[in-house]
Design a protein around this ligand. Structure first.
Ligand code: GDP
Length: 310
């Protein structure tokens, strides 16, 4: 028998974020009591406030998806904020979870926790085997500390705290701002606008050759609920699809989904970044989850959901 969620108080920390709101949607199938707290009510960086809220509300399970997030520019402009805010949020919640007898906690990491140079597909064991990508190391160090906190509280106090490591996410609630977004929402928006404006071409940054893996955020939510029920190990677990696509292939797919039939123009003045970033998901599969939807289906449903807002 796995860990039971039904009937429990479950706190989704970070419920307004892309991952947190998908976890909220998924938990509605579990007949549990979902708890949330707004930023205006408590500052998660404040230990007394977090502890006080937990004493009053008595969560039994925590999905820890709260984090200060941002792209490359935000990370390099506000390194202190990215390190301090994220360390404080996860320390307060994980320590509070131990102090208040929380039965299960799942912490969400990020792909940037792995070293810049690493074998592909990236196994969980690659953590802390080499230097990080310097542009987002502040965020990465905080996320690694979160994984280590789960391990430390398990070792010292026997807490059933686990960590999941999602690959690049897409779906509803994503950032569609062209200046700060990731490639999938950016190209969806560009294709949508190019179609509306009847443009002849669409600009794709870099060479189009880098390979990336993309996971629908509702699949992430399903996988983390599965892990919460079925996993109690010390090591974090990669969550991805196990499939990769080139940026050119992705741009072509988005044009198909959106219905834009112009030319792709590759902008060599923009960086390619890492050439490949694929998670090894054999551990997740061995734990019984391999339900990721196909990319074209996931992108099409996302486009239907967000097209009016683009
Ligand atoms: P990364 O996965 O952390 O490297 O971040 P991104 O999702 O921002 O970029 C992934 C790849 O997509 C890089 O090679 C980008 O150059 C490429 N790319 C192509 N067009 C775009 C675009 O319009 N916006 C972004 N953000 N990336 C793009």
């Amino acid at each position: 028998m796995g860990f039971e969620l039904g009937g429990k108080n479950i706190w989704v920390a970070g419920h307004r974020g892309m991952a947190g709101s998908a976890i909220m949607r998924r938990l509605r199938q579990e007949h549990c009591n979902i708890q949330t707290v707004d930023r205006s009510e408590i500052d998660l960086r404040n230990q007394l406030a977090v502890d006080g809220w937990m004493k009053t509300n008595k969560p039994q399970v925590i999905f820890l998806a709260a984090a200060k997030v941002g792209g490359i520019l935000a990370n390099s402009s506000y390194p202190a904020d990215f390190l301090y805010d994220n360390l404080m949020i996860e320390t307060n919640i994980i320590h509070g979870a131990w102090a208040n007898g929380v039965e299960k906690l799942i912490f969400l990491g990020s792909t940037c926790i792995y070293p810049k140079e690493t074998p592909q597909p990236i196994p969980e064991s690659a953590l802390l085997t080499g230097p990080l990508e310097p542009t987002n190391e502040w965020y990465a160090i905080a996320k690694i500390a979160g994984i280590k906190l789960c391990q430390a509280y398990r070792k010292q106090h026997g807490c059933d705290f686990i960590a999941a490591q999602p690959t690049n996410l897409y779906g509803p609630g994503d950032n569609y701002n062209l200046a700060t977004s990731h490639v999938l929402p950016a190209l969806m928006r560009k294709a949508h606008e190019a179609k509306k404006a009847k443009s002849r071409d669409l600009s794709v940054w870099g060479s189009g050759k880098p390979l990336r893996e993309f996971l629908h955020v509702d699949d992430l939510a399903d996988a983390v609920v599965h892990l919460t029920k079925n996993y109690s190990g010390e090591e974090h677990v990669n969550v991805g699809t196990g499939h990769e696509i080139s940026i050119r292939g992705l741009a072509e797919l988005l044009c198909r989904v959106v219905g834009f039939d112009g030319e792709l123009v590759f902008d060599a003045t923009k960086p390619d970044g890492t050439l490949r970033k694929l998670c090894d998901i054999s551990k997740l599969k061995s734990l019984g989850w391999d339900n990721a939807r196909g990319l074209e289906d996931g992108v099409a449903s996302t486009y239907r959901a967000v097209a009016e807002t683009l």
